[in-house]
Design a protein around this ligand. Sequence first.
Ligand code: SF4
Length: 101
Amino acid sequence: MKPDTRTAMYELIHEVRSGFPFDATEASLCSDDCNGCSKKLLEFIAMELDDWEVRLNKGINPTFGDLDKLARTCKKVHCVLQRNELLESPSPQPSPKGRGS
Ligand code: SF4
């Protein structure tokens, strides 16, 4: 059985939580050559992930649009984190397996 949008959203949340440097210290996030505020973006994404987790746990099912929107936001933040040399891994994508169910 193909994973649905719910499963895909849980997977995206897990992927971002394990890939983004949420535990980084302020000293490591803030540099003299800062290209976008990694600190604020990580706080924003952490809130988005928490919000979605709460909604999922309440039984709310995300739409494909919700999934794409969160994935696009995470991708943009990922670019900033990469530019600030805080990440090297590829950016998160919604699972294509979650589509079409
Ligand atoms: S813009 Fe944000 S991440 Fe960059 S130095 Fe300032 S507080 Fe730190």
